[in-house]
Design a protein around this ligand. Structure first.
Ligand code: FAD
Ligand code: 2HG
Ligand code: ZN
Length: 517
């Protein structure tokens, strides 16, 4: 049974159970588009001189894939539009290979014919990277969903790239293990897409980034060659670690076809706490206290501001189970001994309340209630899509600076935006700054950008902490990377994809004169 506690003097009152609605983790699509758009002028490159798909090309694809060549415009629609419904391509072909060999044949053919290809996983990416810009062929991994092996002793899972993250979690749960990453899009995103974006998510604080937990991968290069780096060794220092090139490469260097991932044991005891704070400073102090007192059992420390809570209530009818506060924290503990964890958590909560760092809170230990509390954090993105047009930023900063950006942006915009909200992964110094307006508003955009990027660069942050650059952010790369670094990236791209057919217009900045760089 979950408990609600309220601060009454110095007494912690354990109250009755939650009023939080229990919701499924399944990812809901946003409402119908209010006019598809590109977010900024930099998102509109010129079409490069790739070939157009011909009848002969379709005949070739059908010969290798049979009925897994989709040309029906209705079926293509959802793959041409991104999850946010903010960018749209006009691809006329979707290919659904099942094997690495099929991917290899497709890319070899496309390379010879100079046909551009956009790799697509669950299409939950937030930077316009997963959909074509023009008529690129969409290469979907949705039928590449076999688990190849799982070693119960080492915890190493090897699977095809198209496995849905939540299905992998379920598979591992039955084997007393878990995936080292978790995100709100788990019901739809693919592990290949996660690796291609180097997704961070809710548990990075505890289990680290995919750069550490991905032990190996297999990728098909643009000319069809298969690069087998599918090692499942914890240690391997034989030369350069080539798999790292593909982690976070957003489909521009190769198509990831399989991965091996180091998976932790499933914790015997999980607790989730929702706390309320008066100020962001107190939230940071709570984080410090939490790291010290919960130590090795701390598995997530997330936050949302009161505007986010209001969005959840207004658009998704989710109830805040504690009193209204300017800031909310979601803490998760994962450990191997329920009694030990409960004791640690109790001591932490008592200290946090007696030192007046938190003003209210609730604890969940049951599965359904844990899910309900997590919904409050995970579904903010979905709630935002119902609020109007959303301008989305994903920055990392020194942790003590992350909310200052929200405050400064509010002041900078005055009354120009409908809402300016902040939430994110405190433990990773990662802020999700989202700004809504009732309709697309170029003058609002001009006030937000480049202000947001300049602010971030000034504080030595990154303009993309975890979502990548995709189509939308690629021209802002120089705010976070030196020219030398970008130039080396372009050379790597040219070496691995000399014809530039893989996910063109993504990740790297435009080289055309229209580029702002
Ligand atoms: P897609 O969206 O299909 O593709 C993303 C990029 O990867 C594209 O550039 C695509 O070309 C490329 N790609 C996909 N598959 C392959 C492949 N097999 N080989 C090569 N390239 C490939 N992201 C986070 O980091 N943390 C979060 O907490 C988080 N939460 C989210 C919550 C919601 C509600 C939503 C909608 C998104 C969230 N995201 C988050 C963003 C998104 O879910 C992640 O980027 C995710 O990893 C994308 O996986 P996907 O399978 O949907 O990839
Ligand atoms: C999250 O942490 C995701 O919830 C999405 O990374 C963030 O929508 C966003 O801005
Ligand atoms: Zn995030």
């Amino acid at each position: 049974m979950g408990t609600v506690f309220h601060r009454l003097g110095s007494v912690v009152r354990l109250g009755s159970s939650h009023r939080v609605t229990t919701l499924s983790c399944a990812l809901r699509a946003p409402p119908p588009a209010r006019g598809l758009h590109s977010e900024s002028p930099s998102a509109a490159p010129q079409r490069r001189p790739f070939s157009r798909v011909s009848e002969e090309d379709l005949t070739f694809f059908r010969r290798i894939l049979q009925n897994r060549v989709i040309t029906d415009p209705d079926l293509l629609e959802s793959s041409n539009v991104d999850w946010l419904r903010s960018v749209r391509g006009s691809s006329e072909v979707l290919l659904r290979p099942q094997t690495t060999e099929e991917v290899s044949q497709i890319l070899k053919y496309c390379s010879n014919r100079l046909l551009a290809v956009t790799p697509q996983g669950g299409n939950t990416g937030l930077v316009g990277g997963s959909v074509p810009v023009y008529d690129e062929i969409i290469l979907s991994t949705s039928l590449m969903n076999d688990i190849i092996s799982f070693d119960n002793v080492s915890g190493i899972l090897t699977c095809q790239a198209g496995c849905v993250l939540e299905n992998l979690s379920q598979y591992l749960e039955d084997r007393d293990h878990m995936m080292p990453l978790d995100l709100g899009a788990k019901g739809s995103c693919h592990i290949g897409g996660n690796v291609a974006t180097n997704a961070g998510g809710l548990r990075l604080l505890r289990y680290g980034s995919l750069r550490g937990t991905v032990l190996g991968l297999e990728a098909v290069l643009s000319d069809g060659r298969v690069l087998d780096c599918l090692s499942s060794l914890r240690k391997d220092n034989t030369g350069y670690d080539l798999k790292q090139l593909f982690i976070g490469s957003e489909g521009t260097l190769g198509v990831i076809t399989a991965v091996s991932v180091l998976c932790p044991r499933r914790p015997a005891s999980v607790n989730v706490v929702l706390l309320g704070c008066e100020s962001f400073q107190q939230l940071l102090e709570t984080f410090q206290l939490c790291r010290g007192m919960l130590g090795e059992i701390l598995s997530a420390f997330e936050f949302l501001d009161s505007e986010c809570m209001d969005l959840l209530k207004t658009h998704l009818e989710l109830t805040n189970p504690i009193s209204e506060c300017p800031f909310y924290i979601v803490i998760e503990t994962s450990g191997s001994d329920a009694t030990h964890d409960a004791e640690k958590l109790h001591n932490f909560l008592e200290e946090a309340m007696t030192s007046l760092l938190v003003i209210d809170g609730t604890v969940a230990t049951e599965d359904s209630k844990i899910k309900a509390l997590w919904s409050l954090r995970e579904r903010v993105t979905e709630a935002l899509t119902h609020d109007g047009f959303v301008y989305k930023y994903d920055v990392s900063l020194p942790v003590d600076m992350i909310y200052q950006l929200v405050l400064d942006m509010r002041e900078h915009l005055g009354g120009g935006a409908k809402r300016v909200v902040g939430y994110g992964h405190v433990g990773d110094g990662n802020l999700h700054l989202n700004i809504t307006s009732s309709a697309k508003d170029p003058s609002l955009l001009a006030s937000i950008e480049p202000f947001v990027y300049e602010w971030t660069a000034k504080h030595r942050g990154s303009i993309s902490a975890e979502h990548g650059l995709g189509l939308k952010k690629r021209n802002y790369i120089y705010y976070s990377k030196h020219r030398e670094a970008v130039s080396l990236m372009s050379k790597i791209k040219d070496m691995l994809d000399p014809k530039g057919i893989l996910n063109p217009y993504k990740t790297l900045p435009d080289t055309s004169p229209r580029s702002s760089n």
